[in-house]
Design a protein around this ligand. Structure first.
Ligand code: 5GP
Length: 142
């Protein structure tokens, strides 16, 4: 298996070397807005521990990740008054993975609205900032 490379964009975001619209952080996990959202409020949940994807992640990393995915999925559904939530996770290039640090996609869904293309169009920073604030508000409202 190809090994983890800490030059990937999410490792840089975790180290604070490039900016992101963060909505959540704990000792093991960070969540921020996807810059090319497949739907309004598309979030990424990223463990701090290094792994390329689900295939090489430790059981401990995975065990800590899913409760945070659930927390953020609930918050995103509330924040955007969504009808549902799609959870996506890609493993290796052949499966559609483009950033090689484990992450889980959370995409709020609305009846009759299709997913936009994966890694499609960059969203405006002001929209990402406003959406991040909605998620933070939903999280703090519990
Ligand atoms: P993957 O294909 O690896 O599952 O998904 C990578 C995701 O990261 C894509 O949805 C893409 O839009 C997003 N992305 C790529 N570069 C950046 C970035 O610099 N910042 C953020 N926040 N998201 C990014």
């Amino acid at each position: 298996m190809t090994s983890y490379d800490d030059g990937n964009i999410f490792a840089k975001i975790l180290r604070g070397e490039i900016p992101s619209h963060r909505v959540y952080e704990d000792a093991d996990t960070v969540a921020f807005m996807d810059v090319m959202p497949q739907g309004e409020g598309h979030l990424l949940v990223v463990p701090k521990a290094p792994s390329r994807n689900l295939l090489d992640a430790s059981p401990e990393t995975l065990a800590k990740l899913l409760p945070v995915v659930q927390k953020l999925a609930r918050a995103a559904k509330t924040a955007f008054a969504a009808d549902g939530v799609t959870i996506l996770q890609f493993n290796e290039q052949a499966a559609g993975q483009t950033v090689f640090h484990l992450h889980v996609h959370i995409v709020p869904r609305f009846e009759g609205v299709p997913l936009r293309p994966h890694s499609g169009t960059m969203e405006k920073p002001e929209i990402l900032a406003a959406n991040a604030e909605k998620v933070r508000a939903a999280l703090s409202a519990g």
